[in-house]
Ligand binder design. Structure first.
Ligand code: SAH
Length: 245
């Protein structure tokens, strides 16, 4: 019922003109950010992050998530839930995007790799926080859509490649941080290798066949690697391109 009312309200504000729709979306985004803040507090026992950085919260409050979901689902864009984006894939729930971004400790000068572009939303959030985002998507139709959307929305610091991201992006390595948004069976060694000393990777792995732990992998300045389990999560599987090297 609440959803139906929001749908009617959205239709009404869209009818009232673009600035009314914009106000509606920014009010929805503000509510989403408040929801993220309370989920962060509730899950801090597992994540160690009762509050997320102001920069990450600002990015979450700015990036227009409704543009990254299929038009008929726009009304759900600011609910804390994953949504289908076609090709059997999903855009992650906003809280997880915020948490994963925060765990990377993004800094303005950073170069970040994302494996699993999907809708392009996580890439857009990162692009508003760091200097350069490299992102890889294995499914061509999603990659094409994300490329056009990121361009249209003016994210000029994102470079997208179509392919299997299991082996990272060696030519652009090393990275300050890496985020993987699909679940491999194990943490890919090549990705760890492509982290700078002091770098961080967030990746869903090492659970069972249908859920994973969100892992924080840290490469220390002496090259040793530590892994911390945070929340149990459920991501789509990381596919492998068997023809790739
Ligand atoms: N970060 C995305 C969520 C993506 S869902 C967003 O913000 O919308 C995971 C994505 O990973 C899917 O689009 C899927 O096609 C992609 N994927 C799966 N295996 C992959 C691989 N080996 N390399 C690159 N992308 C992969």
């Amino acid at each position: 019922m609440v959803i139906l009312l929001s749908a009617f309200y959205l239709l009404a504000v869209m009818h009232a003109g673009p600035s009314a729709a914009q106000d509606w979306h920014s009010a929805q985004r503000a509510r989403m950010v408040a929801g993220i803040a309370s989920l962060a507090r509730e899950t801090s026992g597992a994540t160690g992050r009762p509050t997320l950085s102001e920069a990450v919260m600002t990015a979450m409050g700015t990036v227009p998530r409704h543009r990254f979901v299929p038009a008929p689902l726009e009304v759900f864009a600011y609910k804390n839930q994953p949504l289908p984006i076609g090709e059997g894939q999903t855009i992650s729930q906003p809280f997880l995007v915020a948490l994963m971004t925060d765990l990377l400790d993004p800094k303005p000068g950073d170069t970040v790799l994302e494996v699993g572009t999907g809708s392009g939303y996580q890439a857009a959030v990162l692009a508003s926080l760091v200097a350069k985002v490299y992102t890889i998507e294995i499914l061509e139709p999603l990659a094409r859509r994300a490329t056009h959307l990121l361009e249209e929305l003016g994210y000029r610091n994102v470079e997208l490649r179509i392919g299997d991201g299991y082996n990272g992006w060696p030519e652009a390595a090393p990275f300050d941080s890496i985020v993987v948004t699909a679940a491999p069976a194990d943490v890919p060694k090549q990705l760890v290798y492509q982290l700078k000393p002091g770098g961080r990777m967030v990746i869903p792995a090492s659970g069972s066949s249908d859920w994973q732990y969100l892992l924080l992998v840290e490469k220390q300045s002496d090259g040793t690697v530590t892994m911390k389990r945070t929340l149990p999560v459920r991501f789509v599987p990381l596919k492998r391109d068997r023809s790739a090297k």
